[in-house]
Design a protein around this ligand. Structure first.
Ligand code: DC
Length: 221
């Protein structure tokens, strides 16, 4: 089974999907991590403004997700990039690398290959619309910009990065603008996706909501 979970950044998708996959003993494919790897390499090579060069990096990307006691680790070849792909700089960079059509086209095959390894929750922006339009269940996660900013603040604080609340809200609005309006694979709520608004849901209730939807689809199949 494939469960496609899409939604804007900071709506709680990643943490909820990770926990639900752990509880169900399913695989999790965090497609944002794949885009982040391309951005990291592009930035290091100084080519993050060059769509063709970024497409080439995506084509050659040797990405691996490795299960570890404290969650999945992400490798490019033998290099563990789990922490580096989450820094503020990489996040800024991926926001202009991920809309590139050259990058998206190259990453499609990787996502489809990794998503088909058993029961998998695949989370991203265009999973239900482009990557797995035939997913068994499509969920669209969302939350208000303020609720998302509060969550992002906690994440940044835990990594020792400090930003003002207003700056984080502004960043989220800008990211939404890019993601909803980009030419290639914009973030859309598919007509057949179930909407989950997590603005007023705590972590446990967000997990329960997703697990209930999955359980219903499992019963129906
Ligand atoms: O979910 P995230 O913040 O780790 O995503 C990182 C970036 O990749 C962000 O700019 C959105 C983009 N992304 C995308 O365009 N399509 C996906 N399927 C997943 C992520």
């Amino acid at each position: 089974m494939i469960v496609a979970v899409d939604g804007p950044s900071g709506a709680g998708k990643s943490t909820v999907c990770r926990e639900v996959a752990r509880r169900l003993e399913w695989s999790l494919l965090d497609t944002g991590a794949i885009y982040r790897c391309v951005a990291l390499v592009a930035r290091e090579r100084g080519v993050d403004g060059d769509a063709e060069a970024c497409g080439q990096i995506a084509r050659e990307l040797d990405i691996r997700f490795v299960a570890a006691p404290k969650g999945q680790r992400v490798f490019i070849g033998t290099r563990d990039v789990t922490t580096e792909i989450r820094t503020y700089e990489t996040t800024q960079c991926v926001n202009h690398v991920s809309p590139m059509a050259e990058v998206r086209a190259e990453l499609l095959a990787i996502q489809r290959r990794l998503g088909r390894l058993g029961h998998t929750i695949v989370e991203g922006r265009d999973i239900g619309s482009v990557v797995f339009p035939d997913a068994d269940l499509k969920v669209f996660y969302t939350a208000s910009a303020e609720a998302r900013a509060r969550r992002r603040m906690k994440e940044f604080a835990s990594k020792g990065e400090s930003l003002s609340f207003e700056d984080v809200v502004e960043q989220i609005r800008q990211r939404d603008e890019t993601e909803y309006h980009r030419a290639c694979s914009p973030l859309v709520r598919c007509a057949d996706a179930v909407l989950l608004d997590t603005s007023d849901l705590d972590f446990e209730r967000s997990c329960r909501a997703l697990m209930d939807l999955i359980a219903r689809v499992c019963r129906e199949n």
